[in-house]
Design a binder for this molecule. Structure first.
Ligand code: GTP
Ligand code: MG
Length: 661
């Protein structure tokens, strides 16, 4: 990966890559400090700059497009080996093929610097996209030429249009065999009208692109050969950043980065004036926009300043209005706070950080296998790690509970929490996690509200019945049904977030793995009352030992296994899913009885179905109230909270008595 950020003669480690986390902040080499680059010919002395964010639904090709923009704008050396989706630089992003953190980059095209922000498309990170929109002057909306506008397209487009940003639309992946760019073009226009786009916004240029091939064209009849039409559109349609470089310094913190070397780092666009390393600047507390009267605000010196250039972050002496910079020197940097000149403390409108909608309990591991695989396992270590995460993960909350062994962690969705857990286990942490709960709120009349999601499902018509049948009891309401053709239907529902827990696995089974579902947070609505839980029960191991193929062979007819031969299980660990309701205690360690009788070969070689892979997000959606996920650096296990079958029976009986009384 390092080849991508290597520069001739410079060890890649000394280069600062990308805007967000995991950056390596090594001391600068002497003599490489670049001075402020002033492009000639800027209006009112502002260098020629365009600031643009690329926004879209997950997987519509944003990061792939950035690759091509970097390449075609000459950000890589001629012979440089660059891997695909180079901006997805952190290991989890590469592994999952998704962008988790927004990242800044910049290219120069015909003398104009284009600051580009690649944003994540997954709904759990939608809040981050919203914040980023405050540092750009235009957006490039990417829409898959086959899928069309999806829930997240709608969300980010609405935010961008509401901020008055000028859109450029790229109907992407036109190379797909099922691409229907003209239909999607109409759908995007329909979306714009729905979202009350202004005349100017409706006039957006439409391009037909293939991120993968690196081509763009304004006319479908004339296939594109490169991205020139896209760069042209950016220069022509994205307004230049406004802001007087001669005025007093002012900048809004739009995103954060963190390094152990520099501490918190603010990233944002300079709204007005100039800033230089060593300048004394004010960091105003959050509050109403306008001049701050109370002069007790924080002041400090800017210790480091960076601008973006290709894959690098370049240390600079100074920068001015319009450019996007990263700035350090304050430990109290928060999203939405304003930096200003000390003698002109004029606050900008802040940025709301999204509120979490789901919580889980993170619990010290107390399974029989606790401490076997993890390095950090104590409640103290867990607590420190969770609180440390708050420094950079702004949409996360951590609370203590009555028990020192348990912390409640709240976030924006299963993926948001799942990524944190995955990161922690890779660092050597071992812990357990409860089933997620939605975070309820009180309405204006004191009534209980819960989060609702928009769910969009693409299935073949044959499966429509089963999908609707399953979603009904989960309190969903269908809001739209469309037939894009080719025997497919697209159904849109409004559903309590609770109603979706555990649904994905059912959905995949019901549609034989062919269905596609996406959901995103919509709003808070009335509490929907009790919902039915998981339909199927689980198989629970009734003793400790190694899993044996023979045992699984006997069980697999009525179950989908989660374990494979050789795995170690303990009593109370979940070994598979029962194909019927109700849990079963089973012995997955049972060996075949040895007899003197010769058996046929087929009897000895049990043919096993592959186990269902248990990923973290899957586990979070899957488990029930009386279950836990055990997470270690090596394994993810599902378990019953109460491990022995006897104690579970007793607990169930007690619960029934309590219910009856
Ligand atoms: N056929 C085709 N596939 C593409 C094109 N662009 C991207 N892809 C593929 O689509 C998948 C997703 O691409 P990404 O660039 O990671 O999408 P993204 O929008 O950055 O995704 P997130 O950051 O996770 O929201 C990858 O497998 C790409 O290879 C394209 O123009 N044509
Ligand atoms: Mg991406």
């Amino acid at each position: 990966m390092d080849t991508a950020i290597e520069e001739a003669g410079t060890p890649s480690r000394t280069l600062l890559r990308h805007a967000t986390t995991l950056s390596i902040y090594a001391p600068r080499r002497p003599g490489v400090r670049a001075s402020t680059v002033l492009h000639p010919g800027g209006v009112q002395g502002i260098p020629l700059i365009r600031n643009i964010a690329i926004i879209a639904h997950v997987d519509h090709g944003k990061t792939t497009l950035v690759d091509q923009m970097l390449r075609q704008a000459g950000a890589f050396r001629a012979n440089q080996q660059v891997e695909e989706r180079v901006m997805d630089s952190n290991p989890l992003e590469r592994e999952r093929g998704i962008t988790i953190l927004a990242k800044n980059t910049a290219v120069t095209w015909e003398g104009t610097k284009i600051n580009i922000v690649d944003t994540p498309g997954h709904a759990d990170f939608g809040g981050e996209v919203e914040r980023i929109l405050r540092m750009v002057d235009g957006v490039l909306i990417l829409v898959d030429a086959a899928e069309g506008p999806m829930p997240q397209t709608r969300f980010v487009t609405r935010k961008a249009l509401a901020l008055g940003l000028r859109p450029i639309v790229a109907i992407n992946k036109i190379d797909r065999s099922d691409a229907e760019p003209l239909r999607v073009h109409d759908e995007v226009l329909g979306l714009f009208i729905d979202l009350d786009a202004t005349h100017e916004q409706l006039d957006a240029p439409f391009l037909y692109t293939s991120s993968r091939a690196g081509t763009a064209t304004t006319e479908l009849e004339q296939p594109g050969t490169d991205l020139r039409p896209l760069f042209r559109a950016i220069l022509d349609y994205v307004p230049e950043p406004k802001g007087d470089p001669e005025g007093p310094f002012q900048m809004l913190v739009s995103t954060l980065d963190f390094s152990s070397f520099l501490g918190r780092i603010a990233i944002g666009r300079i709204e007005r004036g100039r800033v230089r390393v060593g300048d004394q600047v004010a960091l105003l507390p959050l509050g109403e926009p306008g001049l701050v009267q109370d002069e007790s605000f924080e002041r400090n010196r800017v210790t480091r300043l960076y601008t973006f250039d290709g894959l690098h972050r370049v240390e600079v002496e100074g920068a001015q209005a319009g450019d996007i910079v990263a700035l350090s020197g304050f430990e109290t940097i928060e999203i939405g706070r304003t930096f200003t000149a000390v003698d002109c403390p004029e606050r900008l409108a802040g940025i709301a950080v999204e509120e979490p909608t789901i919580s889980v309990d993170v619990i010290v591991n107390n399974s029989p296998f606790a401490g076997r695989e993890g390095k950090y396992i104590t409640s103290r270590q867990l607590k420190d790690r969770l609180y440390r995460e708050l420094e950079r993960n702004v949409a996360l909350r951590v609370e203590e509970t009555d028990s020192p062994d348990t912390h409640t962690v709240s976030g924006r969705g299963e993926l948001h929490l799942g990524i944190l857990m995955e990161t922690m286990r890779r660092e050597g942490y071992e812990f357990q996690v409860s089933r997620p709960r939605v975070i309820t709120r009180l309405g204006p009349d004191g009534e209980r509200l819960e989060p609702y999601e928009e769910l969009m499902v693409d299935v073949s018509e044959d499966y429509m019945g089963v999908v609707m049948e399953k979603l009904g009891p989960r309190r969903s309401e269908m809001s739209e049904m469309r037939n894009p053709g080719q025997g497919m239907v697209r159904l849109t529902f409004r559903i309590p977030a609770r109603g979706l827990f555990g649904y994905r696995s059912e959905f995949l089974t019901d549609t034989r793995g062919t269905g596609i579902m996406h959901h995103r947070f919509l709003d808070y609505g009335p509490w929907a009352g009790p919902l039915a839980g998981r339909k199927r029960g689980v198989l629970v191991a009734d003793r400790e030992g190694n899993v044996v193929a023979f045992a699984l062979g006997n069980l697999q007819e009525r179950a989908q296994m989660f374990v494979t031969p050789g795995d170690l299980v303990y009593e109370g660990m979940i070994a598979g899913e029962n194909s019927r309701p109700g849990d079963l205690d089973v012995n997955v360690t049972r060996e075949k009885k040895l007899t003197n009788m010769r058996t046929t070969a087929s009897d000895e070689n049990v043919i096993l179905e592959p186990p269902r892979p248990i990923t973290l997000e899957y586990a979070l959606e899957y488990i029930d109230e009386d279950e836990l996920i055990e997470i270690t650096p090596k394994t993810i296990r599902l378990r019953k909270r109460v491990l022995t079958a006897n104690d579970r029976k007793k607990a169930a009986r007690a619960a029934r008595v309590a219910d009856a009384s």
